[in-house]
Design a protein. Structure first.
Lengths: 116, 115
């Protein structure tokens, strides 16, 4: 596609529910990132994939957060037993480059998650 | 862990005023630097980037930024702002060596330009 696509755009969940957020990166982009953006803050890194391999998950805040990219394209971020503090915008970004140089990340519009 | 500081949380300017948004980072090694902009209701878009070479970089829509290594700064500038520049601006840093790939963002500066 032309850009990074995320769905749903908005998600309301009751505390304790599981949610799944989808990211469809730009076609051919090798790297995929998930970020969490709390209200009034900048995005914070959650996890990173290169193709289907999850190379860094150091930013995941708890074991309730899980991400996958089984075929090296679409990725899903799953949050189990959601809590109010999980309310945020979840951003997905993708980049073409395998190397460190020229690694520009292109962002999707995000999924705004509200946990009641 | 590295951090990025954006000193101004909210800036209000009149059209045609000059703009400078501050950005400082804490990492002592080689970095790549970025400014992203988020217009109301839209996704983050890359405004400009620095990888190496000339520390004065020019981006889209008349924006520029200067990398001053000794000050760990990458301030964003525009000589004359327009109403359409109203947006939130984020500075971001990536470590240019090692295995880390992610961006570290500042908390953002909301710019409001009055017509």
């Amino acid at each position: 596609g032309a850009g990074v696509s995320q769905s749903p755009r908005y998600k309301v969940a009751k505390r304790g529910q599981d949610v799944a957020l989808r990211c469809d990166p730009i076609s051919g982009h090798v790297s995929l990132f998930w970020y969490q953006q709390a209200l009034g803050q900048g995005p914070e890194f959650l996890t990173y994939f290169q193709n289907e391999a999850q190379l860094d998950k150091s930013g995941l805040p708890s074991d309730r957060f899980f991400a996958e990219r089984p075929e090296g394209s679409v990725s899903t971020l799953k949050i189990q037993r959601t809590q109010q503090e999980d309310s945020a915008v979840y951003l997905c970004a993708s980049s073409l480059a395998r190397t460190l140089a020229k690694n520009i990340q292109y962002f999707g519009a995000g999924t705004r998650l509200s946990v009641l | 862990a590295q951090s990025v500081s954006q000193h101004n949380h909210h800036v209000i300017l009149s059209e045609a005023a000059s703009l400078e948004l501050g950005c400082n980072y804490s990492y002592g090694g080689t970095v790549n630097l970025f400014w992203y902009v988020q217009y109301p209701g839209q996704h983050l878009q890359l405004l400009l980037k620095y990888f190496s070479g000339d520390p004065l970089v020019k981006g889209i829509k008349g924006f520029e930024a200067e990398f001053i290594k000794s000050k760990f700064s990458f301030n964003l500038r525009k000589p004359s702002v327009q109403w359409s520049d109203t947006a939130e601006y984020f500075c971001a840093v990536k470590i240019a060596s090692g295995s880390a790939r992610q961006l570290t963002f500042g908390s953002g500066t909301q710019l409001t330009v009055l017509p």
